[in-house]
Design a protein around this ligand. Structure first.
Ligand code: ARG
Length: 457
């Protein structure tokens, strides 16, 4: 393809280090689509004859059919998917194939193909996220009133509902969806026609190729068009943020599935056993989601470091943009599916969760709030009085509501029999009905909104 000015061929090392076909063959559909859009435009503009354009388009269809049937051949001498396709096209239709590369370079070609691929990856991430959201919302609706301990510092803090806890992940995934959608809007400009770096002297119609590939229009600067990989970084940023959320959910399931917690039993289909300890059911899928999130975040770092020192315009370093994106995308798909299955199939041990919520003085804040409301005591003072009650209960190894009224009144005479009603975990969650709070009624409202947003109602 470029042998004219060379006397010797590349060494074995050169061929090996140069070849991107082992991984960029994944771009074959995008490469064919972009070539077809390009040649249709060349024909429409009279840059190649209508007959040649039709021959080339037909040949590209034939190459695509071969790839579909037999896969993409991997010949390092042909470097990448672009050369592989063009060389097969020449075998099939002869010298006219050489007209396809008029007013185009592999630099704008790869930028176009890769954008198309990453654009699809955004769509598939959004679809995977939506499936997870459906699972979260279904389980949250089931458990809008199931009480569990809420934690800060992983110490029992206040009772919450399981539905509220699951809906926290719905909110995170909703932001993840919007990040992929935003990235998609930003990347949806066509670099095709930027050619090598400076544009072309041929009378091309960039708007036409952009429209044919469902871009919103052409990019504005040819140098930027072939040098920009922000779109891939935007995708990886969104993927990393999403993977981080999945990892936190996975981590919670791992903790909850441990015997001392016993809050959840994960589906057998997403767990493994031990070859030596017969009793074991290990949360391997959740652990691998936690692990894979590190690799996804690593792919973002990897591409940022590839790009950060590159002068304009194209440098071959940029060929390394694809493996991290491909790896992140396939890991993300897997992680989303695993977490969806886990949320759908988890058996929540609600009795155990409720019992845990009653330990650890989770309703101490309710006692303090009661003093503020009923006795008009400033919150700081109420906090102090409540602390003394917790200390006394703890020294006796009993719950707050097991302290006799006499003992409570010895701490503060303004405490009356009424306070006991405020100390139950049900009263505690029901009271937290501020917008976005854990009260079952609030959780139910948010679940209903989410169901509507997801098109479930
Ligand atoms: N295979 C290359 C890549 O993935 C595209 C080719 C551009 N090559 C070049 N020498 N200008 O980035």
């Amino acid at each position: 393809m470029w042998g004219g000015r060379f006397e010797g061929g590349p060494s074995a090392i050169m061929r090996e280090i140069n070849a991107s076909i082992p991984f960029d063959k994944a771009l074959w559909r995008q490469d064919i689509a972009a070539s077809k859009a390009h040649v249709a435009m060349l024909g429409a503009q009279g840059i190649v004859s209508a007959g040649d354009a039709a021959t080339i388009a037909g040949g590209l269809d034939q190459v695509a059919a071969e790839y579909e049937a037999n896969g993409v051949p991997e010949n390092w001498d042909l470097e990448d998917i672009h050369m592989t396709t063009e060389s097969r096209l020449a075998e099939l239709i002869g010298a006219v194939a050489g007209r396809l590369h008029t007013a185009r370079s592999r630099n704008d070609q790869v930028a176009t193909d890769f954008r198309l691929w990453v654009r699809d990856a955004c769509d598939s991430a959004i679809a995977g996220l939506k499936a997870l959201q459906v699972a979260l919302v279904n389980r949250a609706g089931e458990h809008a009133g199931s009480i569990m301990p809420g934690f800060t510092h992983l110490q029992t803090a206040q009772p919450v509902t399981l539905g509220h806890h699951l809906m926290a992940y719905y909110e995170m995934t909703a932001r993840d969806v919007s990040r992929f959608a935003d990235a998609r809007v930003r990347m949806n400009r066509s670099p095709l026609g930027a050619a090598a770096l400076a544009g072309t002297g041929f009378p091309i119609d960039r708007a036409m190729t952009a429209a044919a590939l469902a871009f919103d229009g052409p990019t504005a600067n040819s140098l930027d068009s072939v040098s920009d990989r922000d779109f891939a970084l935007d995708y990886l940023m969104a993927a990393s943020q999403c993977a981080l959320h999945l990892s936190r959910l996975a981590e919670e399931f791992i903790i909850w599935a441990s015997q001392p917690f016993g809050f959840v039993s994960l589906p057998d289909s997403l767990s493994t056993g031990s070859s030596i300890m017969p009793q074991k059911k290990n949360p391997d899928a959740a652990e691998l989601v936690r692990g894979h999130s590190g690799r996804i975040i690593g792919s973002l770092t990897s591409l940022m470091i590839t790009m950060k020192g590159l002068p304009l315009a194209y440098s071959k370093d940029m060929q390394d943009d694809k493996p991290p994106v491909f790896e992140a995308a396939s890991l993300l798909t897997l992680c989303l599916a695993a977490m969806t299955g886990m949320v759908e199939g988890a058996t929540f041990r609600t009795t155990r969760m409720r019992a845990a919520a009653e330990l650890g003085y989770a309703t101490a804040t309710d006692l303090a709030d009661w003093l503020v409301r009923q006795a008009n005591i400033p919150f700081r003072e109420a906090h102090h009085i409540t602390g003394a009650a917790v200390k006394l209960a703890e020294s006796r190894g009993i719950a707050l509501d097991q302290l006799p009224l006499g003992d409570l009144q010895a701490i503060d005479p303004r405490l009356t029999q009424d306070v006991y009603a405020a100390l139950s975990v049900e009263a505690s969650v029901a009271a937290r009905s501020s917008h976005g709070g854990t009260a079952p009624i609030e959780v139910g409202k948010r679940v209903a909104e989410a169901r509507t947003a997801l098109g479930l109602e």
